[in-house]
Write a protein that binds this ligand. Structure first.
Ligand code: PLP
Length: 387
């Protein structure tokens, strides 16, 4: 069976060029970048070349780029680092939103439970966007951090983080944007968006898993999270994942080369998908997070339970059995029978939220696959008979 992979927001396939670039660094160039001898020096060069490339891409200085193990570590660092820095200073208040990825959500929850950090959760508007004015209005003299997504991983909604960043007193408050989903899918750089901290994950951009980036603007008050050696200019201990760095470098080179093409492709697929949706289901389908600015690689739909007789679990399992991989929530929470907390925050009723699918497109997807998806869905999601 030819399988359709519509779960690219969970992870992307690793580009063949990335695998090819990484292999020598797994097999032969195994040196430790901290070693002063030939083996170490060889890999240190690629580490710093990659840092330069990331800095170019993010429009920042190489010394503001730190390699991590991925998006989750970067988010933990971005939230715990500043909070630990300000602990016992009287500043202990974080503003975030109620629709964050668990990497962020669980970090702030931990800080609240362990250190009494006050957390303000701003709720989304009905279209899934966060009103910048609500974030700004929540600032108090105790606020040390605003931490929120640029693009939402379940809905694709892109938040106006620039307005928040530009209107926050940056001498007093650190602004962290979780850019894991937005990088490569919409415009982002640290200069135009004026953030203190941003994050990247290799496996969301056709690179390997286990490698990520954290941008930390020079001068940002932040404690290190991982103690150990003096790697990453003494900001993140641990022997560097050179093969991962090499993979990230190649993935980024490819992304820089073809981002416009990627964006056109996602736009075409989403347009086609929406047209088919309208053709087959003129009523009864809700597009979640259909805001003015949504990523073109993500579409999240719910089957209104007044119209359809189907539940999310059987929907996803049946889709998988028929060869189509989608997601019902973020990858980290799928498998749980609970409806997505993000969709519940949008105000969907429990049953309708349960009966939702996130389709996320990638480079290799085609309109023929969208056709096949609808052939399968039409066999599964049956309209309720009226009497
Ligand atoms: N932040 C967002 C918005 C995400 O979508 C994800 C992964 O889905 C993460 C953070 C975590 O990234 P990683 O899988 O690299 O740990």
């Amino acid at each position: 069976m030819e399988r359709i992979y519509f779960d690219n927001a969970a992870t992307t396939p690793v580009a063949p060029e990335v695998v090819e670039a990484m292999l020598p660094y797994i097999q032969y160039q195994f040196g430790n970048a901290s070693s002063v001898h030939h083996f170490g020096k060889g890999v240190k060069v690629i580490l710093e070349d990659t840092r330069d490339l990331v800095a170019d891409f993010l429009k920042c200085k190489p010394k503001e780029v730190f390699f991590t193990s991925g998006g989750t570590e970067s988010d933990n660092f971005a939230i715990k680092g500043p909070t630990f820095h300000f602990l016992n200073s009287g500043k202990n208040h974080i503003i975030t939103t109620s629709i964050e990825h668990s990497a962020l959500n669980e970090s702030v929850k931990y800080l609240n439970e362990r250190f009494g950090t006050e957390i303000t959760y701003i709720k989304p508007e009905r279209d899934g966007s966060i009103d910048p004015q609500k974030i700004l209005a929540a600032v108090t003299p105790k606020t040390h951090l605003i931490s929120m997504m640029h693009a939402n991983n379940e809905l694709g909604v892109v938040n106006d983080i620039k307005t928040i960043a530009d209107n926050t007193d940056r001498n007093e408050i650190i602004f962290h944007a979780d850019t894991v989903q937005s990088i490569g899918k919409t415009a982002f750089n640290t200069k135009d968006f004026n953030v203190n901290i941003a994050c990247m994950s290799g496996h969301k951009i056709y690179g390997p898993k286990g490698i990520g980036v954290m941008y930390i603007k020079d001068g940002t008050p932040i404690d290190k999270l991982i103690h150990g050696g003096k790697q990453e200019r003494n900001m993140r201990g641990g022997t560097e994942n050179i093969a991962g760095v090499v993979g990230l470098k190649r993935a980024l080179e490819i992304l820089i080369d073809r981002m416009d093409e990627d964006l056109r492709h996602y736009k075409q697929l989403k347009g086609y998908f929406k047209a088919k949706l309208q053709e087959y289901y003129p009523e009864g389908i809700i597009i979640n997070g259909d805001s003015a600015h949504t990523l073109d690689n993500i579409i999240n739909i719910s089957f209104d339970q007044n119209y359809f007789d189907v539940d999310s679990e059987t929907l996803l399992i049946n889709l998988d059995l028929k060869g189509t991989a989608c997601s019902s929530g973020s990858a980290c929470t799928s498998g749980s029978p609970q409806p997505s907390r993000i969709l519940m925050e949008l105000g969907l009723d429990y049953q309708t939220a349960l009966c939702s699918v996130r389709v996320s497109f990638g480079r290799d997807n085609t309109t023929e696959e969208v056709d096949k998806f609808f052939d399968i869905v039409r066999g599964i999601a049956k309209k309720r008979s009226i009497n």
